[in-house]
Design a protein around this ligand. Sequence first.
Ligand SMILES: *Cc1c(COP(=O)(O)O)cnc(C)c1O
Length: 419
Amino acid sequence: MNAPTTRHTIPDDTLREVAQQHGTPCWVYDAAAIRGRIERLKKFGVVRYAQKANSNVHVLRLLRELGVVVDAVSLGEIERAVAAGFVGSGEPAGIVYASDILDRTVLQRIAQLKIPVNIGSPQMLEQLAQASPGHAVWLRINPGFGSGFNRKTNTGGEFSKHGIWHENVQECYGLIRRHELQLVGLHMHIGSGADVGHLRRVCDAMVNEVRKCPIDIQAVSAGGGLPATYREGDKELDVGEIFDVWSAARATIEAHLGHPVSLEIEPGRYVVANSGCLVSEVRAKKSVGANQFVLVDAGFNDLMRPSMYGSFHQIEIVPQAGAPARGNVRPTIVGGPLCEAGDLFTQEAGGGIVTQDMPEPEVGDLAVFNDAGAYCASMSSNYNSRTLAPEVLLDGGSRRLIRRRQRMDELLALELSCD
Ligand SMILES: *Cc1c(COP(=O)(O)O)cnc(C)c1O
């Protein structure tokens, strides 16, 4: 079935009420959509959520209640996980640290909480061994090829900064042994969901690496990269198909090692992308030569993906309560309030400006950016001195503010407190 964007499960009236109560721009998520995704992933023994996709503590709590564990890639993400009730130790560990480096403050916290580290450089092994003898580690391997929808999202191959280059893995095993660190498992994150042919190549590479690994391991991780749906007609991911390919690889690995190994999957986007939307208000519209512009009160400081990657978010017009459905569908360029020409939500990769067909809105209508649950609120910034927008979680009949709007005095305090 072609995926309807999840936003369609949120009634227009609910969006109007949220906008009324909390103001715009505002993020809205649907807990049922998140639960549905976890349900489908449950085949994998361990679902490790990559929280950088959406790291709201309340989203993390929801996921913890569903039996999910998490990744953290910064001190801040560690503290979020702790606040959500995850613990560093355990089997599987509630938190795994997965950045490309270990900075000094993070190193202390990791040692204190015994959070296993997914190793991406030989220096991390040395630094960790010194700070925390016997610490648990995973090895992230770059098998020499990658995938990803553009150069900035490619996580393998010769131009990737992530992981240990496959030719240097043996050297890391040497360091692990010499420093008596504890190797938990091997990890690859190079886009598991692109297509089955690619997936088999990843699995073959993993089996190959396990065969060459001189240390017994307990687990392998398939990484993340499972796709979400953004455009009408995008095909919904078949998780069963991906599981079958990984399951076969695991069987080969278990036969080689002579004992069971656990299989982790590490999705971010797939878990949350289709669960949320960004609600903004139309504040202006104008013709510019042949082009129709609609300007809203959200900017790329809120929703960065179109400006950063040329990503597509379907934009829906929700007329004001009691107003008729808007007609006059036309190609439209949608922009925000930032003093920056690139503050446009209708762009393609490389920065080319494109249009989206939508009915002509009236000022005061809502413009809703669909499928904005992943890499959206978590990528927001304070650029142009704009405060972070609130987040609301819908769950059945309930509606809960899970992040209030940042206040202007909070923004200024960092500077004024230096007076
Ligand atoms: C970002 C990240 C993921 C999740 O990627 P998605 O494309 O959101 O699934 C998984 N693992 C690691 C190590 C990551 O950095």
